[in-house]
Design a protein around this ligand. Structure first.
Ligand code: SF4
Length: 717
């Protein structure tokens, strides 16, 4: 008989046998109470929280088979920090909502039936092979988020797709992180972030680190002591109260604001002239582009004061090395990559180079640019697929850099067969019904598929459309990857490893992948059943010519050039984008103007304090903090719409309708409504968004520059 996954701490017969087998040397640690409760011997195990990119080290305390507590590991990179999400790990591991056994949809398609692993894997493989035989391997797509996989697993999923012959791996890069990386890489040739030890003027632009990077906050406080802190956000975030200047910008107007600051810096001779003279390309073109963006024009478009534009520009250029911590708030618009390029150009012209830490800046002359993210493969690497990924026709730069499909247009390939049919999907730890624009279309697409296989610890809304659901272990049930463990393990330290065994019948994701691969006839590429063994094997960077050909350095690029761009210069005007049929100068796309039918502006997606995107919505310790999705709106806007605080309201856009609990607050602009993402059912923010109007460079969805109206939930839209 199988173990029960959600068993809480209690004394069992097996515990008694364990204690007895310990020779009775249990002593006071195993007192038997009158009610039969026994404190089994506890042990500590070190691991890494993988709920977000901070990867905080933690120590789990295990009693019997249960994780009973976690605490931050003071010897880890994050020095003992653990947020409320990390503290909920015991409840994640032992959650009653976990998928406990593989599920296979019944023949009449009405319900799931539990199945043994062998059968579930066989059914999944048969369905995928049937699609491959009928439509070709490119008709199979694989998509992943970040919950329990993260980047090392993405390499294995790349390998899986290559071995299968499909180019269609889609990841969280389709709507997170990648757009900023592309924008900064296009200007500087490399990704970077502000070096918080050096920056003296910091603009936090469209980001709320209080919620997305909590351990980073102490560094912000240090910058504030040294120089200036500027917050630019449509919502008065917690940090705004500590800022030297807060710009409550109209959502989607960030490019205009950046151009206004560039104009002020350039026309007042505040820019780094040596940089421009020796190392920059396109300065005069950018200057001409910025010229019309006077403080008054910018103030009117962006909803800020003219003096704020000039003051912040001067601080960035004169107080000390500047840095900008930009977030998705400036990327989920009609032209997010170009907005990042403008912000990046502003940082450069204000002398910011000395205060940035660069990532992946290592392109030898003539090699593909570092923009091309390495896809490391264990040797031998499978051959490259014949077809290009879905999205390549419109977003070739994105697809080339990442060797991925653009997830926002995958549903179109499923529904319309464009550019070719996608008939099967394997989801590894992601919930696209909730995270992809136009949720209604995503649901229709999933209903239309020949095969949907879902690998996840929980049954998600996407999983409800699946043919097969395979229960995955969480990170706490596997040894950590620990690529960044900062110190040697001392004998007295807790052992590093899986805190507990996989619960119920869950299996680690890497093992599931290997078992699927075996059945799909590509097992020779997956001789390992765990990710540690896979990453112990020698790997080499795989460069596909189709992806690299348009990213190579220009023949005239000087040897030893300072910037690893195609020209070797800081590219204020891109030499790379025209190779993809895109304009060399940044394009400004203003947000749609409110109308009589939709009089308010809508921002979807800022992270809530309680949740991490679509994760943790089944974890009681977290859902108790915020049981319902809340829509934030200004009291004046609520009055105009005839709704009250705490009332159920419908937010209606040209795309659809979603329902939230009204939360009236003066922290949002009077003309802006803010709704969270990550909720399923009728509170799914992507019922309000569209697959049209994607960023022309990255294909990122336009999630934060929409128009809407608010009405009582009882009113039919
Ligand atoms: S969720 Fe919290 S504890 Fe986990 S890695 Fe992120 S910041 Fe650290």
């Amino acid at each position: 008989m199988n173990r029960v996954a959600t068993r809480r701490v209690r004394f069992t017969r097996r515990d008694a046998l364990k204690l007895l087998s310990a020779g009775g040397a249990v002593g006071a640690g195993a007192a038997v109470g009158g009610a039969g409760l026994v404190h089994a011997r506890e042990r500590d195990v070190a691991n890494e929280c993988r709920l977000c990119t901070m990867h905080c080290g933690f120590i789990g305390t295990v009693r019997g088979d249960d994780v009973v507590a976690v605490r931050g590991d003071v010897d880890s990179n994050t020095k003992g920090f653990l947020c409320q999400h990390g503290l909920s790990i015991p409840e994640i591991v032992h959650n009653r909502a976990r998928v406990r056994r593989p599920l296979v949809r019944a023949a009449d398609e009405t319900a799931f039936a539990e199945a043994e692993w062998e059968r579930a894997l066989d059914v999944a493989a048969q369905k995928l092979l049937a699609v491959k035989d009928k439509y070709g391997p490119e008709a199979i797509a694989v998509q992943t988020g970040w919950p329990f996989v993260r980047h090392p697993m993405i390499h294995l999923l790349h390998r899986f797709c290559r071995a299968l012959g499909t180019p269609n791996l889609a990841t969280v890069a389709s709507l997170c992180e990648a757009s900023a990386r592309m924008g900064k890489g296009l200007v500087w040739g490399a990704n970077y972030s502000p070096d918080m030890a050096k920056v003296r003027t910091l603009a936090v632009w469209g980001s709320n680190p209080m919620r997305s990077y909590p351990p980073w906050l102490s560094l912000v406080a240090q910058v504030k002591k040294r120089g200036k802190l500027i917050i630019i956000d449509p919502t008065r975030t917690e940090l705004a109260d500590q800022a030297d200047e807060y710009l409550q910008v109209i959502p989607g107007t960030d490019a205009t604001l950046a151009l206004g600051m560039l104009r002020h810096v350039i026309e007042n001779d505040l820019y780094d002239k040596a940089l421009v003279a020796e190392h920059a390309l396109g300065f005069e073109e950018l200057r001409a582009q910025a010229l019309p963006y006077t403080p008054d024009v910018v103030a009117k478009t962006c909803g800020v004061q003219p003096g704020q534009v000039t003051r912040v520009a001067e601080w960035l250029a004169t107080v000390g090395p500047p840095g900008v911590w930009e977030g998705l708030g400036i990327e989920h618009h009609g032209a997010g990559v170009d907005t990042v390029r403008l912000v990046s150009s502003l940082v450069a012209l204000c002398g910011g180079a000395a205060a940035q830490s660069f990532h992946d800046r290592k392109a030898p002359d003539g090699a593909p640019l570092p923009l091309l993210l390495p896809v490391d493969q264990q040797e031998p690497a499978p051959p490259a697929p014949d077809k290009r990924p879905v999205g390549f026709d419109e977003y070739a730069l994105f697809c080339s850099i990442h060797r991925q499909a653009q997830a926002s247009v995958l549903p179109r390939a499923m529904l319309e067969g464009k550019p070719y049919p996608v008939r099967a999907l394997v989801l590894f730890g992601c919930n696209p019904v909730v995270t992809t624009p136009d949720a209604a279309a995503v649901k229709r697409a999933y209903q239309s598929l020949d095969a949907l296989v879902v690998v996840d610890p929980f049954l998600t809304e996407s999983g409800e459309y699946a043919d097969v659901v395979l229960p995955a272990a969480t990170f706490a049930e596997q040894p950590p990857l620990r690529f960044g463990k900062p110190k040697d393990q001392e004998p007295s330290d807790p052992p590093v490893g899986a805190v507990v065994e996989p619960q119920a019948r869950a299996r680690p994701d890497a093992r599931i992948l290997a078992e699927l691969a075996e059945r799909l006839g590509i097992g020779q590429y997956f001789p390992w059943t765990d990710i540690q063994a896979a990453f112990a094997v020698k790997r080499g960077a795989v460069v596909d010519e189709w992806a690299a050909e348009r990213l190579r350095a220009a023949p005239e690029r000087p040897a030893g050039a300072r910037y690893p761009t195609a020209s070797g210069k800081l590219e204020l005007s891109s030499t790379l984008l025209p190779r993809f049929g895109l304009p060399s100068l940044p394009v400004v796309v203003e947000p749609p103007a409110p109308t009589a039918e939709h009089p308010l502006r809508l921002v979807t997606g800022p992270r809530q304090r309680a949740y991490i995107n679509s994760q943790l919505h089944k974890v009681g310790a977290i859902t108790r903090l915020l049981p319902e999705a809340q829509c934030e709106l200004h009291p004046d806007a609520a009055r105009a719409a005839g709704v009250a605080h705490g009332e159920r309201v419908a937010v209606v856009t040209p795309m659809g309708r979603a329902v939230f609990r009204a939360s009236l607050t003066t922290t949002v602009r009077v003309d802006v409504v803010v709704v969270p993402h990550g909720w399923d059912g009728d509170s799914n923010a992507n019922l309000l968004t569209s697959e049209t109007g994607l960023d022309p460079i990255s294909g990122f969805p336009r999630l934060r520059a929409l128009i809407c109206r608010v009405e009582k939930a009882s009113v039919t839209s």
